[in-house]
Design a protein around this ligand. Sequence first.
Ligand code: PAF
Length: 274
Amino acid sequence: MLIIHTVAELREALAPHRAPAFVPTMGNLHQGHISLVQKAKPLGDITVASIFVNRLQFLPHEDFDQYPRTLEADADQLQAAGCDVLFAPSEADLYPEPQAFKVQCDPHLGDVLEGQFRPGFFTGVCTVVMKLFMCVQPRVAVFGKKDYQQLMVIRRMVRQFAMPVEIVAGETARAADGLALSSRNGYLSAPERDEAVQLSLALQRMAERVRAGVRVADAERDAMDFLRARGWVPDYLTMRSRADLQAPQPGDARVVLGAARLGRTRLIDNIEVD
Ligand code: PAF
């Protein structure tokens, strides 16, 4: 596997390839990321992963400085998964001057849920993904459903800018107890790790109760109260339309999404209902 740090070297390495398959990440890789690489592999003529902790998508009080940087271990995992190129630029490589041009996300999709609690997050994500796409020029890019809203935002950005890249979704990888794999799980203490699965259990229960005829508002409130009683600080647990993440209309395919803090760790998860 080639490990490349600069945009110029990346362009040179990818020049002979017409159809790169791309997996952007922020590193500290786990089986969820590796499953995205495995999904990408048959979809292109070369498989490229990137590792870049993108300052633009963190709020000032968030964990940008703490975010685990584990490049060597990540490179080993990518190599074992059959990735061909790892693009790991420094900030100076990717943002050689202040990134004053930014991609502003559609507010209907980007200002709800994660966007409401992390203002500016999707501007940061869209800006770096647009830039990484310009560097890699992928034919296909794979994003995990774990970051459900991010996947939808990227799909809409690609559609609205007529970008020549197909966005493919990868399923959420889960631990044996059902906890969605996330780099941020590493922040959890041992008792918090045992507790963490309750977020996905609360979402599952919410989905089941709505299917059984409970009013959406009641199921949402009960799920939030359930987590609060166990010491969590929920931002939202809600059921939305899979088409636009707005309140579901009759007949819409639905998804339940949640974000909640356990101690100092903020976790997100989601489950497609139908
Ligand atoms: O999902 C992530 O890891 C990041 O948001 C992404 C897509 C790599 C952009 O920094």
